[in-house]
Design a protein around this ligand. Structure first.
Ligand code: KIV
Length: 325
């Protein structure tokens, strides 16, 4: 008889309960390796955003992304992450024509491994939201700066400025909620407007360039890591304050890849804490003694889910309790 440890995936019910106690964390992700890393880091929701058109495919907008691209990346993420709720973005042209068109394409994304689809747009999308929800497809709405409207907006511009725009935003959000949307991304809206919106809605609100009053915050993973093509929407720069270390680490590797310190044994012994709980404990003590203040847990994809879970459990049960203070 074999025994499997099994991490259940978060449900909408779990997320609502969690949201009553703390903020939820959401990031975009497009592959299994990062999905496993985000899962181990405790990220609650993963979005396979059509931002993949910009940060993965290198386009200057999200418009060229197709349903099959999102489905492919959704399947990769679903294989890598066990616990997070997975939201797949419906790309430009895949849902606007009719509720029936939206349903067909949403089914493709749900069958690829998502638990919810996200659609951009205002009150005009309410009938589509209702059509999907009634047929078993949870929907995350997306208001404010909706990048698929970049050519109508004339650029990636903050939305919800001026009394009329604020009224339209509130009316749109209310109609999407009434239609059954369970979550709503509020993107690039002035803080007081986003705050008022978040406070007036009952669903889970997800801010990006909006307000900390939202239930959750989302960031594009590549923007957060500073791993960009330089074609980011301008407002995202505000999340880059302090910069990212990713470029620095990669710079180190390209400068020093001939150095002795990159020999495998040195790398394993000097920088990677691996081994039994006792060995890891001893190594952490050594790192602490020279002033190290933080650790990052990473299990390489070749470990597979079972081994990564086993290692994580050992770390939580045998190592972490020794460092409670
Ligand atoms: O496509 C995407 O990644 C998004 C987020 C920025 C919310 O829609």
């Amino acid at each position: 008889m074999s025994s499997h440890s099994f991490t259940p995936r978060l449900t909408l019910h779990d997320l609502r309960k969690l949201a009553a106690t703390r903020k939820l964390a959401m990031l975009t992700c497009y592959d299994a390796g990062f999905a496993a890393t985000l899962d181990a880091a405790g990220v609650d929701l993963i979005l396979i955003g059509d931002s993949l058109g910009m940060v993965v495919q290198g386009h200057d907008s999200t418009l060229p992304v197709k349903v099959e691209h999102v489905a492919y990346h959704t399947a990769c993420v679903a294989r890598g992450a066990a616990r997070p709720w997975i939201v797949a973005d419906m790309p430009f042209g895949s849902f606007q024509a009719s509720p029936e068109q939206a349903f067909g394409n949403a089914v493709t994304l749900m069958q690829a491994g998502s638990q919810m689809v996200k659609i951009e747009g205002g009150a005009e999308m309410a009938p589509t939201v209702e059509f999907l929800v009634r047929r078993g497809i949870p929907v995350c709405a997306h208001v404010g700066l909706t990048p698929q409207h970049v050519n109508v907006f004339g650029g990636y511009r903050v939305q919800g400025r001026g009394a009329d725009a604020v009224d339209r935003l509130h009316a749109a959000a209310q109609s999407l909620q009434d239609a059954g949307a369970a979550m709503m991304v509020i993107e690039a809206v002035p803080e007081p407007v986003a705050r008022a919106l978040a406070q007036s809605l009952q669903l889970i609100t997800i801010g990006i360039g909006a307000s900390v009053a939202c239930t959750a915050q989302v960031l594009v993973l590549h923007d957060m890591l500073g791993a960009g093509t330089g074609k980011r929407p301008r407002f995202v720069k505000s999340f880059m304050a302090g910069g990212s270390k990713t470029g620095g680490y990669l710079g180190d590797i390209s400068d020093k890849s001939g150095d002795e310190q990159f020999a495998y044994d040195n790398l394993m012994d000097g920088t990677i804490l691996h081994g039994s709980p006792d060995t890891v404990l001893r190594k952490i003590e050594e790192f602490k003694a020279v002033g190290t203040t933080s650790l990052m847990l990473h299990y390489p994809p070749y470990y597979g889910t079972e081994k990564a879970r086993r290692s994580l459990r050992l770390f939580a049960e045998k190592v972490m309790p020794q460092f409670r203070d």
